[in-house]
Design a protein around this ligand. Sequence first.
Ligand SMILES: [Cu+2]
Length: 178
Amino acid sequence: MHVVPRITALSLAALLAGGCASLGGGSGGGSAVKTVALESRSGSSVTGNLKLSDTKAGLRIRGEVRGLAPGSEHGFHIHEKGDCSAPDAASAGPHFNPAGVAHGRAGSGGAHHAGDMPNIKADAKGVAKVDQVVAGVTLAAGASSATGRALVVHRDPDDYTSQPAGNAGPRFACGVIR
Ligand SMILES: [Cu+2]
């Protein structure tokens, strides 16, 4: 029975080493992963944990959002300011939109904000599994860097059409990309 704790300790050591490497490798072009914790806002009980990493295709966002209504659909965006301090997360500002273009549907071929992403969908337990790549956005420094901005989950679905934010309603969760 000594084997199990030993393996656990080794795994922990590996995880810690990986974490330290990530912290130190912000601009090294390596495989840095940032973790973003989504906190509830606007009186919701929505929370989440997401992992972000740069890929050749764009910014990959993986993880879970919890506390949603079963089967519900929600707008999900990168907002401009890395400030979730307001009770309604209005402090996160508008969508991240460095190109100054119209809101729309990412991947449609039409105009859309850099921070526009597909809606997330909750399962029967109110959990939305997220795994998507945001083309044209990076963690690394640059004009389209998401670092220092915020991830926001809305109460309602994004209709991908209404300006400037898809009529997605109040901000139910917010997390700063540090
Ligand atoms: Cu939004």
